[in-house]
Design a protein around this ligand. Structure first.
Ligand SMILES: *Cc1c(COP(=O)(O)O)cnc(C)c1O
Length: 402
């Protein structure tokens, strides 16, 4: 069968508009298409392939585990799932884990849990959820409605109710809004899709304080920032607060679908047999890889390297920018980076992304102003150098076109 980019238009929902290539394979930081082209990848499957593409260790774990067990469902338990849960509990200080298959589902679970806890302890009236403008929490109807972009949730009929969106990092509106009726506050410690915007410490301290005062669960969506992406195992470790409920997904199994909700006994105990569930959640194969990934990326030397690579990329981009003046700043932590377009280039992140693609560099956008980079956490300096040469070519084109 001859497969081309046109096949996508013929047989797939037009929900995406992928670049003009069909990927055949990928190794480390490089992606290869079916016409023999090689691309340097700074996307990692949207912050997923933490250890690069098809890393040897992960392939070995998949081979070994899949020869033993692929799936059994949650009516039985298995060693792989319990191993990953034990590691997550040990490394984070949380007490209980619920596994799902994606970021959206992990937030769906966290939000349902917060509503249930409030319902059990305080009654039906305590059901309001506070979320923030431009946040992204996934695409199930509940999680997308909680997310801060109405255009994603409009047009599907009646929305889940009692959800309020506030400006991010705005302590005043938050203080004015939170009340006894609030059951949950959900936020990304660094807004990813929203433009790589980090929560201010003062804001987080106030949010934590008022969540305690009003008995609202504080949920951190660490789907993108988690699993060492931000330079610590979870991003909250770099803040003065710790959430009651934490959601993780994306990189947790280095490319296999997985999601996890972490919390304390006093919350988890409100879910009993029958309250919530998932057929694939805690899939042994994904959990086997997850256990391998968690061991690798929580290593102190590994995390130091992530932060050194952050500094190296920021330095390289700054040098490039001294020459071309297209970026206003580089935002983000660890290897979740936003190159913010300045002046007349603002709003042109898609154009720059396409120009990068033309030069065989794969990048992401986050909002129309930000070129987002989320390379593999183990990317080598030599590959960064190559990528920066390609970025320079794309930037030159951007200037020529505008
Ligand atoms: C990607 C993302 C999600 C959604 O994850 P899916 O696996 O696509 O459902 C939720 N929250 C954040 C912060 C994300 O970056």
């Amino acid at each position: 069968m001859k497969i081309t980019r046109k096949t996508f238009d013929e047989v797939m929902f037009p929900c995406y508009n992928p670049m003009d290539m069909v990927i055949k394979k990928a190794h480390g930081a490089y992606v290869y298409d079916n016409r023999g082209n090689k691309y340097t990848d700074l996307t990692s499957g949207i912050a997923v392939n933490l250890l690069g593409h098809t890393p040897k260790g992960v392939v070995e774990v998949i081979k070994r585990a899949s020869a033993n067990l692929i799936h059994v469902s949650n009516i039985f338990c298995n060693e792989y799932t319990l191993t990953l849960a034990s590691k997550l509990v040990k490394k984070t200080g949380y007490e209980k884990v619920f596994f799902v298959n994606s970021g959206a589902e992990s937030n769906e679970t966290a939000l349902k849990l917060a509503r249930r806890v409030a319902f059990d302890l305080y009654g039906e009236e305590k059901n309001e959820i506070i979320s923030f403008n431009n946040s992204f929490h996934g695409r199930t109807f509940f999680s997308v409605t909680v997310g801060g972009q109405e255009s994603y949730s409009d047009g599907f009929g009646p929305k889940p109710a009692a959800i309020t969106h506030l400006p991010y990092n705005d302590t005043k509106t938050f203080e004015e809004t939170i009340s006894d009726k609030t059951c949950a506050v959900i936020l990304e410690p660094i807004q990813g899709e929203g433009g790589i915007i980090t929560a201010d410490n003062d804001f987080l301290i106030k949010v934590r304080e008022l969540c305690d005062k009003y008995h609202a669960a504080l949920i951190f969506d660490e789907v993108q920032t988690g699993v060492a992406r931000s330079g610590s195992l979870y991003a909250y470790e770099q803040t003065p607060v710790k959430p009651d409920i934490l959601t993780s997904a994306k990189g947790l199994a280095s490319g296999l679908p997985i999601g996890a909700v972490l919390t304390y006994d006093k919350f988890a105990s409100h879910f009993v047999p029958g309250t919530h569930g998932s057929t694939f959640g805690g899939n042994p194969l994904a959990c086997a890889v997850g256990a391998y990934v968690i061991d690798k990326v929580s290593d102190k030397a590994f995390l130091r390297k992530v932060n050194r690579t952050h500094d190296y990329i920021v330095e390289k981009v700054s040098k490039l920018n001294e020459k071309y003046h297209v970026f206003k700043e580089v935002r983000g932590k660890g290897l979740l980076l936003g190159l913010v377009l300045d002046g007349k280039y603002a709003g042109k992140s898609s154009e720059l992304q396409k120009l990068c693609f033309k030069h065989k560099l794969l990048t992401l956008t986050a909002h129309s102003d930000v070129l987002r980079l989320a390379p593999a956490l183990n990317i080598r300096a030599k590959v960064v150098d190559e990528a920066m040469e390609l970025l320079e070519k794309a930037v030159k084109d951007l200037i020529a076109e505008n």
